[in-house]
Design a protein around this ligand. Structure first.
Ligand SMILES: C[S@@+](CC[C@H](N)C(=O)[O-])C[C@H]1O[C@@H](n2cnc3c(N)ncnc32)[C@H](O)[C@@H]1O
Length: 231
């Protein structure tokens, strides 16, 4: 697994679930090494020209893709985009690999560690769209420091997005939503694209439903959709 700087508080929980079925274990051994991004050992930038299938095309980056429904859905709709997906949860990674294999997708690259470590290693102003969909809410007050969307991470997201680049965050957790909005205001570097209530209460036109969203809705929690633009 790719490692993360020791100063960063981990924002994810378990990395492993139930035992992988045979076909997925094979994909972890065969397909994953072809698509996996490895962090450089020294403090130097990764080169997009060696990293991406077609570096002249836009780059969309998803943090915490879970089982990969959104990443795969967007990749199928957008063949002219490079995708990087990040997920430390091994079973989620295996689900994504199965979908990449099934649909013969060639424009996705993946990272299995903390997305913030990979973002630090990417050139500034290199990402067109950044997705953080249903980040772990860490509801207990003593765990709030684990929340991924902090003032620091927003500053990092801002640095890595291109001018006019878009940050999409969705959450079903009201308290986390408030904290995200507060942090975006403190950060002060993004403009909220919402004009009317439907812009944040309804899914955006290009939305792809995720497994976590299905679970939240089944339990009666409604999502908020935040779309912010790098000013
Ligand atoms: C609640 S799940 C949502 C998964 C998916 N986005 C969905 O909507 O179904 C949050 C995911 O984010 C991942 N995650 C948390 N912190 C992360 C980080 N720093 N970098 C990459 N992934 C992270 C977790 O492993 C987890 O799978």
């Amino acid at each position: 697994m790719n490692t993360q700087p020791s100063t960063v508080i981990p924002s994810f929980g378990r990395r492993r679930g139930r035992k992988l079925r045979q076909s997925r274990s094979v994909l972890m051994e065969t397909l994953l090494p072809e698509l996996l991004i490895t962090l450089p050992s020294a403090a130097c930038n990764l080169q997009l020209t060696t990293l991406l299938p077609n570096p002249r095309l836009p780059l969309w980056f998803e943090i915490g893709f879970g089982n990969g429904e959104h990443l795969v859905g967007q990749a199928m709709r957008n063949p002219g985009v490079n995708f990087i997906g990040v997920e430390p949860y091994i079973n989620g990674m295996a689900s994504l690999l199965a979908a990449i294999d099934r649909h013969a997708l060639t424009h996705i690259r993946i990272f299995d560690g903390d997305a913030r470590a990979l973002l630090e290693a990417l050139p500034d102003a290199s990402i067109d769209r950044l997705f953080v969909l249903f980040p772990d809410p860490w509801p207990k007050a003593r765990h709030h420091k684990k929340r991924l969307v902090s003032v620091n991470s927003l500053a990092l997201f801002h640095r890595k997005l291109k001018e006019g680049g878009r940050l999409r965050i969705a959450t079903d957790h009201a308290d986390y939503c408030t904290s995200i909005l507060e942090n975006l205001c403190i950060c002060g570097k993004f403009t909220w694209s919402a004009r009317v209530q439907a812009d944040w209460s309804d899914p955006p036109a290009d939305w792809v439903r995720t497994r976590y969203q299905e679970k939240a809705e089944a339990e009666g929690r409604k999502a908020t959709f935040l779309e912010w633009v790098k000013a």
